[in-house]
Design a protein around this ligand. Structure first.
Ligand code: AMP
Ligand code: GLY
Length: 426
């Protein structure tokens, strides 16, 4: 079948790579794609959902997969479904699980899914009152989509009050912050858990761990994610079982009962506190860079996973994963995450090492192809070097060997991706 992938990041590139290996897949399209996805398929410069749906119908594309949250929240799935096209992702209504933190927190409360104690409010007085009742650190979140930046972990009551005031007045996040969530700080370790859902049934993928901070040892500012690995040994069968019964199942039942069955990727940001998984947040798409590690671990045809979920038949899919580990290291541009950087040519050494050739690869993200045909780093997170191995250590070593072969002015990366897992195993 021919498949369209909506998005332009490393996440979409990695979905493309997985589909490329699948013999059921003939041609791939990306909208808009990036400077490297043209090596996997055809990039389409079509932004309008209606025009994209017309193209899909006219070209007999059997499945569309939506990567990022913005088109989901903006209703791309609804536009495609109205035209009878098969698309993987939640409706705009269901995408509120990510699009509005207040919707998400109230939904969790309605369905008794464990989450941090919170209030939602647009009143500064109520925010102050609740802040005074908590012990710092205190978490203040803007309601709407803020590109991953709308969460402040305040170290004092005063800092929390300033953050709440700045959000509510529209100073810090504009309209996205005119309503806020204030919640207790959860102290534990964080996981990224993904359930592929078809509205009723689901498949849980191996749990991953992201590294959100810019610098080693989780120091520096928050980013979109500087590297990830999967599966993580920080999860055991007890945690998976609690995630199924206390989180995924009540969520799917609740969404269905409320008239917005959830199809697509339910990304559960989990904090494990004293062995109990607690939901920090939901996203309605794959994590980036987590997707870049999960896709190469998929043993079953990728098209089966996405297609069966999209048509409501995930229960009939037999989804298997390789008994291996993947570690992905993000290489970022000079001024990431502070500001954009000047384009820098990417030079990749000829890879002569058979072991690296066979067990490591690049997922390209913030790259553009110049008129000279060369690849340039033009985004914040430029690419992800992914290593696969029989152990996390082996996968990590392969990822970093590949990092050593990639050059562009100003490149930087963390050198400790997967450190929590390695510490646990040592
Ligand atoms: P969110 O956008 O809600 O995932 O928040 C971004 C990041 O802030 C999360 O990945 C966590 O690292 C952190 N965070 C959010 N909420 C809490 C909380 N209640 N307690 C501790 N850390 C949190
Ligand atoms: N890596 C975390 C995210 O995609 O939100």
């Amino acid at each position: 079948m021919d498949i369209l992938i909506i998005g332009s990041g490393g996440r979409e590139y990695s979905i493309g790579l997985a589909l490329k290996k699948d013999e059921n897949v003939e041609k791939l399209y990306f909208a808009p794609g990036n400077g490297a996805t043209d090596m996997l398929g055809e990039n389409l410069a079509i932004g309008d959902f209606g025009e994209l749906a017309d193209f899909v119908a006219a070209n007999g594309i059997e499945l569309t997969i939506v990567g990022p949250e913005a088109p989901l929240v903006d209703g791309v799935v609804d536009v495609f479904k109205e035209r009878g096209l098969t698309i993987f992702g939640p409706s705009a209504q269901a995408a509120q699980l990510e699009g509005s933190k207040i919707f998400m927190k109230n939904f969790l409360a309605r369905h008794n899914v464990p989450t941090a104690k919170y209030i939602e409010t647009d009143s500064i007085e109520d925010a102050y009152k609740f802040i005074n009742s908590l012990t710092p650190p205190i978490v203040v979140k803007a309601d709407g989509l803020c590109g991953g930046k709308g969460v402040i972990i305040a170290q004092s009551h005063d800092e929390a009050k300033i953050a709440a005031g700045d959000m509510l007045s529209g100073t810090s996040f504009g309209d996205a912050g005119t309503k806020i969530v204030v919640e207790e700080f959860l102290d534990g370790y964080e996981l990224s858990v993904f359930a592929i859902c078809d509205g009723r049934d689901y498949v849980i993928l191996p749990a991953a761990q992201d590294h959100k901070r810019l610098l080693n040892d989780d120091q520096g500012p928050n980013t979109g994610g500087m590297g990830a690995y999967a599966p993580t040994p920080l999860v055991n069968e007890d945690i998976y079982s609690k995630l199924r019964s206390r989180v995924v199942e009540p969520t799917l039942k609740g969404m269905k009962a409320e008239g917005m069955p959830f199809t697509g990727v339910l990304f559960i940001g989990v904090m494990v506190v004293d062995g109990e998984p607690i939901v920090l947040e939901y996203n309605v798409r794959f994590g980036d860079p987590e997707c870049e590690e999960l896709m190469p671990l998929l043993k079953s045809p990728a098209s089966e996973l996405f297609y069966k979920a999209a048509i409501g038949e995930i229960a009939t899919a037999n989804i298997e994963f390789h008994d291996k580990y993947a570690v992905g290291v993000v290489m970022a541009s000079k001024d990431y995450p502070y500001k954009s950087s000047a384009p820098a040519e990417i030079i990749i050494d000829d890879i002569v090492h058979d072991d690296i050739e066979a067990n490591a690869h690049i997922s390209f993200a913030g790259v553009s192809r110049g008129d000279d045909g060369k690849l340039y780093a033009t985004g914040g997170r430029v690419l992800v070097c992914v290593g696969i191995g029989d152990s996390i250590k082996e996968a990590q070593q392969r990822a970093y060997m590949l990092v050593g072969q990639v050059h562009f002015a100003g490149k930087h990366c963390r050198t400790d991706i997967a450190y929590q897992a390695l510490k646990l195993q040592s």
